[in-house]
Design a protein around this ligand. Structure first.
Ligand SMILES: Nc1ncnc2c1ncn2[C@@H]1O[C@H](COP(=O)(O)OP(=O)(O)OP(=O)(O)O)[C@@H](O)[C@H]1O
Ligand SMILES: [Mg+2]
Length: 349
């Protein structure tokens, strides 16, 4: 079986490193503090949290705010998650204070409890009541952990939700929140801007890539070919997802007899071809400035630094204007992805 995995949460043999991060998270969970975990997309936040949660024997709730459609949907998802942990009777007992009774029904196939509210119900009342249930079921002996993924979406679901949520959360005790986010600039605005309701809400942890040496060992333990691990890592710059994806492709190709030479380069080309249609669609939806920027990044030139060519200044200014949204790391990450996936680029080595 292919020993590399990409795209979904990795566990067990597919998971490497993150020793320090795991220790820090476990330590924080052993306190009354909350955690804010930030990294660019696909660095491994969900996998890390999954690993940490598998090591603590406490009730756990996870809600991905990307899939929360409205405030009442948030309240419903919260209750549904509590129903998954506790028997119906116990939760019903904790719901006697509800001002608007939800409709509960059992999904006959999955056995899961479905929760819905009357469409006309006041959403902030529903949320307040649902959060009060959480407060009632979490205890000093059985402290809940609530993971809210893609937390930056909180400001998009409904105006004022962040303020209401913060005021409800700060009243709760005996539980930890883990708030994850991949849109770094938005997460920073939420947790570091003094006027934001979530200003300094929890301990902020920024996740980096997986260290070179560790990833190198991980690959050489699975692909026995001189120099291949270095080539893969130089190309992906240790990005967790892209490293696993490229290594997976290389591993497949080691099984084909005639592809031993330039195997990493051939694997990159194969991946690019696989995603050909996606790139074309993305390219067609870009404006000229974005196309130009992408082209420069694909050629591994940093547009902000490149002032030598005529006509570049417009793009330079455009990027500089977006500077607050584009910290150097974002550009670097973008460059890695572009050089890996752009069909017209040749592999960097
Ligand atoms: N500790 C790890 N060891 C090896 N590979 C990893 C590790 N963490 C992440 N990866 C790789 O990165 C991929 C993405 O991981 P994961 O979904 O946990 O990231 P994420 O930051 O939650 O992503 P997203 O921003 O899309 O929510 C995994 O499928 C795997 O290929
Ligand atoms: Mg994730």
């Amino acid at each position: 079986m292919n020993p590399f995995k990409f795209g979904t949460i990795v566990e067990g043999d597919f998971f490497t490193d993150r020793v320090e991060e795991t220790a820090v998270l476990l330590q924080k969970l052993d306190s009354e503090n909350h955690i804010v975990l930030i990294s660019p997309r696909r660095f491994g936040k969900s996998s890390l949290v999954q690993k940490v949660l598998s090591q603590v024997d406490r009730p756990q709730i996870r809600i991905d705010l990307q899939y929360v459609m409205s405030v009442d949907d948030f309240a419903a998802q919260l209750l549904k998650a509590i129903f998954r942990i506790f028997p119906m009777e116990k939760v019903r007992h904790a719901m006697t204070h509800f001002r608007i009774a939800p409709t509960l029904s059992m999904n006959a196939v999955t056995g899961a409890m479905e929760v819905s509210f009357q469409p006309t119900a006041n959403a902030s009342v529903l949320l307040e009541d649902a959060m009060a249930v959480l407060e009632k079921v979490t205890t000093a002996e059985n402290r809940f952990i609530v993971v809210l993924d893609e937390f930056q979406e909180v400001v998009k679901i409904q105006k004022g939700l962040d303020r209401q949520l913060r005021s409800l959360m700060q009243r709760q005790h005996n539980l930890n929140y883990i708030l994850l986010g991949s849109q770094e600039s938005m997460m920073e605005a939420i947790f570091e801007k003094k006027t934001s309701p979530f200003y300094h809400f929890g301990q902020m942890i920024r996740m980096g890539k997986i260290p070179y040496d560790d990833f190198h060992k991980y690959i050489t333990d699975r692909i026995d070919a001189e120099g291949v691990a270095d080539e893969i890592l130089q190309f992906t710059a240790c990005h967790p997802y892209y490293t696993q994806q490229l290594a997976s492709q290389v591993w497949e190709m080691t099984r084909w007899k005639d592809t031993r030479d330039d195997i990493v380069e051939k694997a990159v080309v194969a991946l690019v071809e696989m995603h050909d249609l996606d790139y074309e669609r993305l390219w067609q939806n870009m404006n000229r400035t974005d196309r130009y920027t992408l082209k420069l990044l694909a050629l591994s030139q940093m547009p902000m630094q490149n002032r030598s060519e005529g006509g570049l200044c417009g793009s330079c200014t455009a990027i500089r204007d977006r500077r607050p949204l584009l910290p150097p790391m974002d550009i670097e990450e973008c460059a890695v992805a572009v050089s890996l996936f752009d069909p017209s680029s040749t592999p960097r080595r």
